[in-house]
Design a binder for this molecule. Structure first.
Ligand SMILES: Nc1nc2c(c(=O)[nH]1)N[C@H]1C(S)=C(S)[C@@H](COP(=O)(O)O)O[C@H]1N2
Ligand SMILES: [Mo]
Length: 323
């Protein structure tokens, strides 16, 4: 499989002329150091001129055909779902800056040989960051193409040594009322903290990414800083943001959306044009940026286009029943 490399600068500029067949990885420490004062214009902290440069690998999963389809960064970072900050698509970009992401601790436990609670820097140390451009589709029928920066979730799980009884992985988001206005508002509907889950084999799949950045920079808060999941063949709600807890379990974990409305949101949530959401069709999607004048409507494809890689995970399952 083709592996390409391109150089990335931690201030976000990418020299595409740098593509070579070698495998060289982003200098993680430079990346983390740059993130201390993120250069995103909307971040609360002062902008930092990050001139460190680092190398980044294109993973074997990199789909270069998506390069031309990338959704403009403005849309990726201003049209969000992050109910902790409100239910409107513009709420996260307006309010998520209130979330403190440094220091950040993640606990990994449950059915693992080596449970632990680690500072983010220690948790990330030793992982090779990669850029991966993935299609991303919300169950609300909008979609985008995002260049994420991250590493396979399997790399992290292996380090904690899941026990043989482990069958699922449960994730929880930070729940900090003082910094999350959406959790305090009247009509807040989710059982905080936001929870998600995957089957262990889905979690170990090489496409399943823990993202720490997008468009060459650390994640903006509204996209789930400092650490969020990306499962590209599933509806967006599986891609839980701002993760503080990961547990390996033997029971299928309860997830926020399934708990709220199990008829509309299943545990599997595989992108499937043949299974309608009870209130709307899943046959098409609006590729952002989309407006009423230019809806940018495209047909939805099974598993969001990743079927060749993932359909085998569901052999023998009735995907209308396990939606
Ligand atoms: N903690 C948390 N994670 C979350 C959500 C949320 O409300 N809270 N929304 C989900 C939904 S419905 C979608 S579509 C994606 C949106 O990710 P994006 O804003 O980075 O595009 O985040 C998912 N992760
Ligand atoms: Mo979503």
């Amino acid at each position: 499989m083709q592996t390409m490399r391109r150089r990335i600068y931690t201030d976000g500029t990418i020299a595409s002329s740098e593509i070579t067949p070698e495998t060289v990885f982003l200098n993680r420490r430079a990346f983390i150091a740059a993130s201390a004062g993120s250069a995103w214009p909307w971040s609360a902290g002062a902008a930092q001129s990050a001139t460190d440069r680092a190398d980044l690998a294109y993973s074997p999963d990199f789909d270069s055909t998506l390069e031309a389809e990338k959704t403009p960064v403005e849309a990726v970072t201003s049209y969000n779902n992050f109910y902790e900050f409100g239910t409107d698509k513009s709420d996260p970009a307006r309010h998520a800056h209130a979330m403190t992401t440094d220091p950040w601790t993640v606990s990994v436990g449950g059915l693992v040989e080596k449970p632990g609670e680690l500072h983010l820097e220690d948790l990330l140390s030793g992982f090779d960051l990669e850029e991966r451009i993935y299609r991303f589709r919300c169950v609300e029928a909008w979609s985008m193409v995002v260049p994420w920066i991250g590493f396979p979730l399997s790399d992290l799980l292996r380090r904690f040594e899941p026990k043989s009884e482990g069958r699922f992985v449960e994730f929880k988001t930070l729940y900090r009322r003082s910094e999350m206005r959406g959790t305090r508002s009247f009509g807040s509907i989710i059982d905080w903290p936001y929870r998600e889950g995957l089957r262990l084999d889905e979690a170990m799949h090489p496409l399943t990414l823990l993202a720490v950045g997008l468009y060459g920079k650390t994640l903006p808060n509204q996209n789930g800083a400092p650490l969020r999941l990306v499962v590209p063949w599933k509806y967006g709600f599986k891609s839980i943001k701002s993760i503080v807890e990961i547990n390996v379990t033997d029971q299928q974990p309860a997830t926020s959306w399934q708990t709220l409305q199990s008829k509309e949101y299943g545990f599997y949530a595989n992108v499937n044009p043949d299974v309608d959401h009870p209130r709307w069709s899943q046959r098409f999607e609006r590729r952002l940026p989309s407006s009423i004048f230019k809806p940018n409507r495209v047909p939805t494809v099974p598993f969001n286009g990743y079927g060749e890689r993932v359909a085998g995970l569901y052999d023998g399952m009735d995907l209308r029943r396990f939606y």
